[in-house]
Design a protein around this ligand. Structure first.
Ligand code: HEM
Length: 131
C-alpha cells in the first residue's frame, strides 16, 4: 500500500480540488456517465475544465478515497449506501477505475496502476457490501 500512498500524495499535492478536477474530466468524458450527474449533465464537456461545482464535487470524492487509503473502510461503506440510495449500480461506480488509471498515467504515475487496481478492487468489495 506504500505505493498507493506515495502516488496519491503526488496526485493530490496541489489539493483535492485539482486532483478531483482531473479525475472528473477523465470520468465525465463518457456521456453515458455524465448523464447521471444532475449538476453536470447539461454542461458541454468542453466547458467543464475549471468548473467550480465539478472541482468541489471532485474534492469530496477525493476526500472519500483519501480516508479509504488511510484505512477507513467506513468511508466506502457510507458512500456505497449513498450511491445505492441514488439508484446507482456497483457496475456504474466501477467506471471510476478507468478514470483513475487515466489520471495516474497522465500524471506520470503509470507505474502505480497495478497497486491502484488492487486498492480499487477492495474499495468495490466494501462498497458492494453496503448494498
Ligand atoms: C471511487 C468512486 C466514487 C466515490 C468515492 C464517490 C463519492 C461520492 C460522494 C462523496 C458523493 C456526494 C457528493 C456530495 O455530497 O455532494 C457522490 C455523489 C454522487 N455520485 Fe459518486 N463517487 C464515486 C464514483 C461515482 C461514479 C463512477 C458515478 C457515476 C457513474 C457516481 C455517481 C454519483 C452521483 C450521481 C452522485 C450524486 C451527485 C449529485 O447529487 O449531484 N459516483 N459520490
Amino acid at each position: 500500500m506504500a505505493d498507493v500512498k506515495d502516488s496519491w500524495g503526488k496526485l493530490t499535492a496541489s489539493g483535492f480540488e485539482d486532483a478531483g478536477e482531473k479525475i472528473f474530466l477523465a470520468l465525465l468524458k463518457d456521456d453515458a456517465i455524465k448523464s447521471n450527474f444532475p449538476k453536470f449533465k447539461d454542461i458541454p464537456y468542453g466547458s467543464l475544465p475549471g468548473n467550480a461545482a465539478m472541482r468541489a464535487h471532485g474534492a469530496k470524492v477525493c476526500k472519500v478515497l483519501d480516508s479509504f487509503i488511510k484505512g477507513d473502510d467506513g468511508a466506502a461503506t457510507n458512500v456505497g449506501k449513498m450511491h445505492k440510495g441514488l439508484g446507482m449500480s456497483n457496475d456504474q461506480i466501477g467506471a471510476m477505475r478507468g478514470a483513475l488509471v487515466t489520471v495516474l498515467e497522465q500524471s506520470g504515475l503509470g507505474g502505480a496502476v497495478g497497486v491502484w487496481g488492487k486498492l480499487f478492487d477492495r474499495f468495490m468489495e466494501v462498497h458492494k457490501a453496503a448494498y
